[in-house]
Every structure is written in C-alpha cells, then in structure tokens.
Design a protein around this ligand. Sequence first.
Ligand code: KIV
Length: 301
Amino acid sequence: MTQKTANSAQPSIDSLASAYGTLPPVSVRSQRKPVSLPRLREMHQQGEKITMLTAYDATFAAVADAAGIECILVGDSLGMVCQGLTSTVGVSLETMRHHTECVANGLRRSQSTAWLIGDLPFGSYHESREQAFRSASVLMQAGAHMVKLEGGGWTTDIVRFLVERGIPVCAHLGLTPQTVHALGGYRVQGKTGESAALLKQHAHELQDAGAAMVVLEMVPAAVAAALTTELTRCATIGIGAGKDTAGQVLVLHDMLGINLGKMPRFVRNFMDDAGNVRGAMEAYVKAVKEGSFPVDALHAW
Ligand code: KIV
C-alpha cells in the first residue's frame, strides 16, 4: 500500500518534505537496509563511525534519516530544547513516550531505516529494575528499538535485567545531565586518575551486563579513546569526548545553531556552511565518518 492510499486524508511526510527539498523519493530510501543491532555491531567491529543525532518530532526525524544518520535519539534534552526547562530533571515518562511515538510515526511514514533510541527520564528507572522494565516497555511500545539510561554502578543490575528481557540498552556515563544538581553543574567528568578509573570500571561493568552502546559525555578525550579500545562489545558514542570514540552524538538544536543558551564547546554549528537543515545533517554525517569532527583541540578536553 502506498503512503498516499494509507493516508489519503492527510499529506504524507513525503509530499510535505519533498516540497521543501528535504527527502529523497521513497523508492530510493526503501533500498537502504534497516539499521539493526547486528548492523551497529558490525560497524563497531569494522571501525566505521556511528552517527547519532537527537530528534523529537516526526519531520526532523525523517529528514535526519534521509541525511544518513544511523541512530536517532529521542533525548530527554527535549526538556531543555522543546519545553524550555533549565535541566532535564523535570521531564516525565509520558512526555518521553509522546515524543518517541511522534518520531517513530515519522520514521515509519517515511520508510526510514534509522535505529530509534528512547531516553528513560529522571525517576523512571531509579527505584528498581522492575520499575525500569515497566518504563522501558512504555518507550519500546511507543516505537523505540533501544532505551538509554544514565549512570554507572547502581545501573548495572538494571541494564542486565532489561537486556535479558530483550530490551537493547545504551548506557550513559561521564556528565549525566539528570544528576546535574549532585555534580554541581555541567562539568567535565573523569579528569582525575581516580574518577577516570571509576568511569572505566563502570563502563566495563555495563558492557558485561549487555549494554550495546555507551554515551560518553564531557570526558577527557584520552579517557574516551582508551575506553573505546578496551570495550570490544560496547560501542562508545562521544559528545564532548574527543574524536576517537566509535561514534558521535549531538543535540539537534545545538548543531543547527539554535541553542537558547550558551553553545557548548564540543558543538560545531553545521548550519553555517549548509543551505538547509538536511544539508547540515549531511555535513555532520560526512564529518563524523571521515573523522574531521570533532577536532580534539576545539571540541574536547
Ligand atoms: O538527552 C540527550 O539528548 C542526550 C544526549 C546529549 C546524549 O542524552
């Protein structure tokens, strides 16, 4: 059934987006293989950089997929960029469910191949592994292929519980924005020998528990590079963690240069030299794949 027949009352994502020159035709997109966990593992093992970008709605997600982004993260950063909050702490599971569903709908309608990751918000997995499973189920049923959760040590058991029950997990270490108040601000983590050793220990434990990916946010490039070599079954995805991670992630609004606050040092504004949003996303994909973004001297610690 074609998009038109299925949604005759409303314009398809295709007709809207191609009017703005943002999506290639369905016939081209449907030839691409879906990004799956085995495909991500293969990319990791072969040293092909993995690209990840946040998206919070159907159209941006479809455009990101068309630009060649492999992983779309419905991040709880939506609290800051969509809801105007000052941190991610106030984001609810219902809000994450809603945006995950919007993104999943957009990807489905545009016959996308991207891997969709839903972020578990603050308070939705902290009580027990059973609570974590219930919350993860909400995001998976909304269309996520994987869930992400923040923290190390206490999260290991939760990750194992989810993975054993068929939920792929992306961990998140270093600067974990949900604990910004405990950390005393958005600061680089793992700078001392002791904190770097703890971060590495947590990452190894998460790998052993079955986490397939780990986001490393704002950690020294040397620590992230060492971990990337050490972790053979868990792909490191850096944000402000230098150029040597297995992949990179950015917040959509940051890389489009429309951040409401101070632009983090680790960001590059890809709209500067691009004619449109899709062009900016394609430039990001190209720069990550060829290794020209990030530049350690400019974007890392
Ligand atoms: O919520 C988010 O967007 C994230 C990324 C910064 C990794 O967690």
